[in-house]
Design a protein around this ligand. Structure first.
Ligand code: UDP
Ligand code: G50
Length: 469
């Protein structure tokens, strides 16, 4: 029988502060977590770091805040990097993570002034070695939100043991992770093989600090990574880790206000309605990956050669605000004519989940940013994986291992190989014609939906229970 105190706890609303870092791929899972926590009667304070890098991130945050007026937003104004640090990487998102990390001492007074006092804080994986130094003295329990796959987490948690040997990166042919198996050199995020890089330095200090946290939330489904999750939870991968909660962070309505507003969105939706069931290929490389002009044109040719109608979200620059070139300018007049006959190409933000869940869509050519994989599993659409950066090959292996899709081939990291249209077209056809793959993707969706969402998610329930106690 439960005690009166336990009963009272069931109704207590824990107050949780969320600290995302930068990039739509990091903001989105945080906002999804926030929406899930709100539905379970938690109080949420969202810390937003300013200035914000992309328009997409600003839009996501605004849409979320207007859907959930009960959320407190705390704007955190970060310090600019000194010139030497600013020169340590060309990636605007890595630089933003670094600026947030170096500004975090300014967050202490914000955190300690919150009322009611915090029961917990959730920090983005990219920031953790810095956030722990401010929450420890304030005695605020701190949780990590890991925004990539559990398989990538196994590498992060095993990394402290490993990084000695990675420093002699020329000698490594694979990394053998206990309970997981071998990750071939070709799948290791390339920057981790450059130990002095900003990313590798940050990754190492984050990994070294994982054990100081009160828990780790991984945004994944058992249906995608059951073996990996088991190996992590039983301590086979790495000892001494805090409790692990897998919480499938699924799309919410606030995201649907985004996308091509008005006419554009209507045109896409009308066009989709007019296509045959499962006949359309959706192509997107996420929010921050631009292909070279040459590769864009080969992809255009591949899409046309596949013979299937398509929706192609094209990015010409990593940061949307800098992406001013018109479609014609990127594709060239001739290719523009060809693609216009067969499909739709957009340079604006589209509501990806809305497109993926349309009955006409039968396949997804994806870079395997982890949110895209989670979304493909959620809607049950087969994936042709074309990883280009960072953790995406490891995520692509998860896609292949779960049966949700398969890897395009030995297509190199971004810019290493020019993948020809002919080959792209062939692989797209393979995906679209594979009935077994479609069935498996549908099965994954059905299995996921049995357990995830609302109160059905055990990971989320356990977490909130802990915060209520
Ligand atoms: N996204 C979208 N519309 C776009 C581009 C991206 O809705 O035009 C969303 C996508 O659905 C996903 C996120 O942005 O939720 C991108 O995250 P992901 O981890 O897939 O890739 P990243 O952008 O971090 O490389
Ligand atoms: C970019 C990149 C390599 C890479 C990743 C990138 C991630 C993201 C998740 O985003 O894996 C992540 C895990 C641990 C960490 C920071 C970020 O400390 O070029 O692996």
């Amino acid at each position: 029988m439960s005690s009166p105190a336990a009963d009272a706890n069931d109704f207590r609303s824990p107050h949780v502060a969320l600290l995302p870092s930068s990039g739509a791929g990091h903001i989105t899972p945080f906002l999804r977590l926030a929406a899930s926590l709100l539905s379970q009667n938690c109080r949420v304070t969202l810390i937003t770091s300013h200035p914000i890098v992309t328009q997409a991130e600003s839009n996501l945050i605004s849409s979320f805040l207007s859907s959930f007026p009960q959320v407190t937003e705390k704007q955190f104004h970060i310090l600019p990097l000194d010139p030497a640090s600013a020169a340590s990487s060309k990636d605007p998102f890595f630089l933003q993570w670094e600026s947030i990390r170096r500004s975090l001492h300014l967050l202490s007074s914000i955190l300690s002034s919150l009322s009611p006092p915090l029961d917990a804080m959730v920090s983005d994986i990219t920031l953790i070695s810095s956030t722990i130094t401010i929450t420890k003295p304030l005695k605020i329990p701190n949780y990590v939100l890991f925004t990539s796959s559990a398989k990538m987490f196994s590498l992060a948690s095993y990394y402290s043991v490993l990084s000695e040997s990675l420093s002699d990166s020329t000698k490594i042919s694979e990394i053998n992770i206990p309970g997981i198996g071998a990750i071939p050199r070709s799948s290791i995020p390339p920057l981790l093989l450059v130990p002095e890089s900003l990313f590798a330095t940050m990754f190492k200090s984050n990994s070294d600090n994982l054990r100081q946290f009160d828990g780790i939330i991984i945004n994944t489904f058992d249906q995608l990574e059951s073996k990996t999750l088991k190996a992590l939870k039983t301590g086979e991968v790495a000892g001494g880790l805090p409790p692990l909660f897998n919480v499938g962070l699924i799309p919410h309505d606030f995201e649907r206000k985004l996308g091509l507003g008005g006419e554009g969105a209507e045109a896409v939706s009308k066009w989709l309605d007019a296509q045959l069931a499962k006949s359309v290929v959706y192509v997107s490389f996420g929010s921050r990956t631009a292909l070279s002009r040459e590769q864009i044109r080969e992809l255009g040719e591949g899409l046309v050669k596949s013979g299937y109608p398509f929706i192609w979200v094209m990015k010409d620059k990593a940061v949307d605000k800098e992406d001013g070139e018109k479609l014609e300018g990127v594709l060239g007049a001739e290719m523009m004519e060809e693609v216009k006959e067969k499909g739709i190409v957009v340079k604006e933000w589209v509501d990806q989940v809305e497109v993926l869940r349309h009955n006409s869509v039968g396949g997804f050519v994806s870079h395997c940013g982890w949110n895209s994989v989670v979304e493909a599993a959620w809607v049950g659409v087969p994936v042709l994986a074309w990883p280009l950066h960072g953790d995406q090959r490891i995520n692509g292996e998860v896609v292949e291992g779960s049966g949700l899709g398969f890897m395009g081939g030995n297509w190199g990291w971004s810019g290493e190989v020019l993948v020809k249209g002919e080959e792209i077209g062939r692989r797209i056809k393979e995906m679209m014609e594979d009935e077994g793959l479609r069935l498996r993707a549908g099965e994954i969706r059905d299995e996921v939906r049995k357990v995830v969402g609302g109160t059905g998610d055990d990971g989320l329930k356990q977490l909130i229970q802990k915060w209520r106690a």
